[in-house]
Write a protein that binds this ligand. Structure first.
Ligand code: ADP
Ligand code: TRP
Length: 329
């Protein structure tokens, strides 16, 4: 078991698109951190991809740096995982081009993510349309075996597998490695302050990092019903309880459930308990973040070392692919 796991390559990318929230933490970062022990992890900041929805050089630089700091603070261990910027390995563009030569327009035209983004008002550019091809190149460039992603990326993984199969049919089995998705299930969805899915596009988020007062104040904004203090409160569908469960010890959580069922405790009190638990939960990550910030060269060094390692791997795969397609002898 150990040896097969050690040989497994796990790859995922996160877009640098703004302040990270606890939905990102529990939905993407924490699972990625756990997977570092299961194989050889390649984690990257998908900066090329983020340019499909926003073209702002200042924001891009800032968001990349913030994501790198926050991911490291949340437990990404550069001694175990290869951590790099997507654009530090420009080879990915060549593989994307080669894949695109075999990619039917119809395969991309049916992608929900493209249609959703255009419906949201994002310009229907060629890059937005070709987004899944670049994502396939991200994955295939590193001979990835497992790709952990949220449900929203499921279709992009299907496109990747389709392209890998077509590529191997055209150029020979083993030209690229067929990856397996690890899809995180809906049950892992973190609720936002208004009871909908937490998302930066809904403005209902709890950030991972920030100052104590404003963060705790956000918790007080959670939407609740108007049940009087003395009455029992609904447990089912409670945003406070759903969030509290992420942070609290089992005993404390059970106590809050019991207080809901019994009545006599108001929502303000529950929110205070939640705010404390939320603040305490991220204390070790905040401490790590302070250490990282105190060492100004650290993040750049990590990303440079990661890029070197990633490029080395990409170089091997790309020369195999270039030979297979007839670009080199
Ligand atoms: P947002 O919805 O805020 O724009 P992103 O789409 O950038 O977030 O999310 C990046 C990753 O974080 C997603 O692939 C998903 O796995 C995870 N994620 C985002 N929001 C949540 C949530 N509310 N619950 C669980 N996971 C989430
Ligand atoms: N599209 C992914 C997202 O928005 C990010 C991403 C880019 C990615 N390339 C990838 C994820 C390759 C996994 C593998 O969440």
């Amino acid at each position: 078991m150990e040896s097969t796991l050690a040989a497994m390559r796990i790859l995922t990318g996160l877009q640098p698109s703004g302040k990270l929230h606890i939905g990102n933490y529990f939905g993407a970062m924490e699972p990625a951190v756990r997977l570092q022990d299961q194989g050889e992890a390649f984690y990257f900041i998908a900066d090329y991809h983020s340019m499909t929805s926003s073209q702002d050089p200042v924001a891009l630089r800032e968001n990349v740096r913030e994501l790198a700091i926050d991911f490291l603070a949340c437990g990404l261990d550069p001694a175990r995982a290869v951590f790099f910027r997507q654009s530090a390995v420009p080879e990915v563009n060549e593989l994307a081009w080669l894949l695109s030569t075999l990619c039917p327009m119809s395969l991309l035209a049916k992608c929900h993510s493209y249609k959703d983004k255009v419906a949201q008002g994002i310009a229907a550019s060629h890059a937005l349309f070709a987004y899944p091809v670049l994502m396939a190149a991200d994955i295939l460039l590193y001979d990835s075996n497992k790709v952990p992603v949220g449900k929203d990326q499921k279709q992009h993984l299907e496109v990747t597998r389709d392209l890998a199969v077509k590529f191997n049919e055209a150029y020979g089995e083993g030209t690229v490695v067929l990856p397996e998705p690890i899809i995180r299930e809906e049950t892992a969805i973190v609720m936002g302050l208004d009871g909908r899915k937490m998302s930066k596009s809904y403005g209902n988020t709890l950030p991972i990092f920030g100052e104590e007062k404003p963060l705790k104040k956000l918790v007080m904004k959670i939407t609740t019903d108007s049940t009087p203090v003395e009455d029992p409160k609904p447990v089912e569908g409670s945003t406070i309880l759903a969030l509290y469960q992420l942070f609290a010890e089992a005993g404390a959580y059970e106590a809050m459930v019991a207080d809901h069922a019994r009545g006599g405790v108001g929502y303000g009190d529950f929110k205070k308990r939640l705010a404390e638990a939320y603040w305490d939960y991220f204390a070790p990550m905040r401490a790590r973040r302070e250490e990282i910030l105190a060492d100004p060269g650290f993040v750049d060094e990590v990303l440079a070392a990661g890029a070197l390692r990633a490029r080395e791997e990409a170089g091997k795969v790309l020369s195999r692919v270039r030979r297979a397609v007839g670009l080199t002898a």
